[in-house]
Write a protein that binds this ligand. Structure first.
Ligand SMILES: C=C(O[C@@H]1C=C(C(=O)O)C=C[C@H]1O)C(=O)O
Length: 284
């Protein structure tokens, strides 16, 4: 029995589709930050975890090829909500359920917007975050539903901001495993789940919308057009750039061997080369 932890947000449901009914799997759903802690503690074997956590593991993790929660431009569910112009943000509240986007917003503040706000951790509730800070980072389902207009805020999409800054996709989370866990059979299982999950997107959106057909349409567009599920060559370049910046900024330990694996996966994923994705457990 393989112990798998996935993110409980709607955006992860196509990747984890049907794993709860697989007798070979015990599946649990948690917030991204919790998913990462469970993997580090050895309480799960494989997790859909925030990518920055690959650098923070107690052991060298393996990355499952081909699958991710990513975006290319607008993501919609990862945003900075601010009541003041960006240049005037002095205090910024960070959603405690996030790890990758916390790193992303810190990198964008320093390198894209040239601001150095004070950061405070906060639960993902926009009204209370804006009570204690000028701006708030939120992710996932709470960000999709945040009442930013009525709170007098503007929404800055961080997928768009990253694309403006780098020209690249952004990878938020990927399937990450403890050593010895990734096998060809597991890779097949996860790719089959993802294929079934992509086909089930209308059903997943409808179930989440609980009878509200306008909302179901909006969620379906979010899953199809904003979220990208491919860890392909452009996504791997985005991931490599992000991990490099996170290490340079001191946001995570410096692990060049992790970057090498990501870069080699990217080279293998270039169309026309062989064995795309065969590098899961190869070591430098
Ligand atoms: C795009 C998203 O990606 C999420 C963002 C994460 C993070 O910031 O650490 C982790 C997992 C993803 O599910 C989102 O939830 O909105």
């Amino acid at each position: 029995m393989i112990r798998i932890g996935a993110v409980g947000f709607l955006n992860a449901s196509p990747l984890a589709y049907g794993l709860d009914r697989d007798p070979r799997v015990s599946l649990r759903l948690d917030l991204p930050s919790v998913c990462a802690s469970l993997l580090h503690a050895g309480e799960i074997d494989l997790g859909l975890v925030p990518v920055i956590e690959i650098l923070r593991g107690p052991v060298h993790y393996d990355l499952v090829p081909g699958l991710a929660i990513a975006c290319e431009g607008t993501v919609n569910s990862v945003a900075l909500f601010t009541r003041v112009p960006v240049a005037q943000i002095r205090r910024l509240a960070l959603d405690v359920s996030s790890r990758s986007s916390v790193g992303l917003v810190r990198i964008l503040c320093r390198h894209h917007w040239s601001i150095e706000p004070e950061y405070v951790d906060a639960s993902p509730d926009l009204a209370s975050m804006l009570d204690v800070a000028d701006a708030a980072l939120m992710i996932g389902d709470p960000a999709l539903d945040a009442p930013w207009q009525s709170l007098g805020a503007i929404k800055i999409d961080l997928g768009e901001a990253w694309q403006a800054f780098t020209g690249l996709p952004f990878v938020f989370a990927a399937w990450v495993a403890r050593p010895g866990v990734v096998t060809p059979a597991l890779i097949d299982l996860l790719h089959a789940a993802s294929r079934a999950g992509q086909a089930a997107i209308p059903l997943l959106a409808e179930a989440e919308a609980a009878g509200d057909s306008t909302r179901a349409g909006r969620l379906e567009r979010y899953l199809r057009q904003n979220i990208r599920y491919h860890l392909d060559e452009p996504a791997l370049r985005g991931l490599s750039r992000y991990l490099t910046l996170a290490m340079d900024e001191g946001l995570a330990p410096v692990r060049p061997e992790v970057l090498e694996v990501v870069d080699r996966m990217g080279q293998a994923a270039v169309p026309g080369t062989t064995q795309a994705g065969a590098l899961a457990s190869e070591r430098a």
